[in-house]
Design a protein around this ligand. Sequence first.
Ligand SMILES: Cc1cc2nc3c(=O)[nH]c(=O)nc-3n(C[C@H](O)[C@H](O)[C@H](O)COP(=O)(O)OP(=O)(O)OC[C@H]3O[C@@H](n4cnc5c(N)ncnc54)[C@H](O)[C@@H]3O)c2cc1C
Length: 442
Amino acid sequence: MRGPYHPDLYDVARWPESWWRASAPPPPPRPPLEGDATAEVAIIGAGYAGLACAEALAGRGVDVVALDAGEIGWGASGRNGGIVGLSSDKLGTEALVARFGEDETRRYVESQVEGARRLRAFCDAEGVETQGDAEAYVAHTPAVFERLGKWREARWGVEASLLSREAYAERGYVGPEQHGALIVRPGFGLHPMQLAQARARAAERAGARLHPRSEVRAWRREGATHRLETARGSIRAGKVVLATNGFTPDGLHPAFDGRAMPVLSMIGVTRQINQAEMAAHGWREDAPLCTTRRMLYYFRMLPQRRLLFGMRGDLDGSAASAPRFAAHLRAHMARMLPEWRDVELEHFWRGPVCMTRAYRPAVGRLPDDPTVFHAFGWHGSGVNGAAVAGRLLAAVIAGADEATIPAPWRGLPPRIPLPGLRKVWLGGMLALYRAKDAMEAR
Ligand SMILES: Cc1cc2nc3c(=O)[nH]c(=O)nc-3n(C[C@H](O)[C@H](O)[C@H](O)COP(=O)(O)OP(=O)(O)OC[C@H]3O[C@@H](n4cnc5c(N)ncnc54)[C@H](O)[C@@H]3O)c2cc1C
């Protein structure tokens, strides 16, 4: 695999060490694709989106195969923060209503609320570790707190309650950038690797075939069908789903070239925090937290009393630069949680989230080839949304109208101009966001 970052990031033999890998069993052995095979539907990418789509298709009796370049959970689905939230866009509800109307926006929001409830039930049934019953948006300035109530309004199944700085301190966290919080439900934390593995089991139980270590290197049309080629085999399928998100390669299918903007995010997990240290930050919160900065921080106290701290990553991605960026992350963690500045990180890893030029996900079928489908662009919030999209897409493949996909998600985003310069555009955008955050903090 290749992409805009260092080749190490795309090397499936380099599966980043993480708390999630250390605390979950290795995936059971599954064979790569060997020889020539056929399927009604072939899915490229076996993360939450591809696996949910495979499970839903197989459940409808469709012969489906999902291929992944790495092991199950190698992609973002095995290395994220495990925060279950309600939006996979960067536009916000008001902008979506203005553009797509109230009905379509409501359908989108309700699909996320329903998705979060369904995900919780799935985790409970499959023994996936979950935690908390909300997501907290922590205001990083008093001025932002004043506007916070508008962020996630309590409508369309979303519950939202605003807590002052004092009330949130009472609930569970004190820090220099805590100026009150919005508590949103449904929301929770989960173990992402356990979830990826459970989704793979569920897809296989339904009848899907999964082949890890099977990177699709070429995609050709053969009359009415598609031929996907891997290093050791190939598959002929009537329909293809692209579910590669932050790893979406240019050069595989021309319709997708230059559509995805992968942005690195990085996570550190500390050693266990002791009771005295917990008390120093008044920590009682078991829900995940996100700050309101544009360059946001996200953090959770895991059930094992280890802090998971995440933030936007670097523009490099090489294995050699990991210690440098782990130190960088630790400095940011100390800014938010100064009492824990000496608490060591035991795990550090990175991975790409996927943005688009439309600032919203891209779910649907190609207008000029109704046998090609896609689901990507979760903007760093796909633990819930990617599976919702996988199921919506399965219904469309099985015959439902494409309009069953809520309009804010439907279609392809515009291409990124001169996609070879993605990192330059991104560097500029991040600098702008940092400047705006700094101005807001003054
Ligand atoms: C560090 C980090 C923290 C995050 N934290 C959160 C969070 O707390 N909450 C949240 O909601 N979201 C979070 N996200 C985002 C979330 O993980 C993703 O949105 C979600 O996992 C996307 O699922 P997916 O199935 O679309 O993609 P992925 O899980 O990335 O799966 C795509 C797969 O495609 C495969 N692939 C690519 N090219 C090919 C090819 N040519 N052939 C075969 N396979 C291929 C890759 O190997 C990969 O496994 C985070 C992401 C990262 C990286």
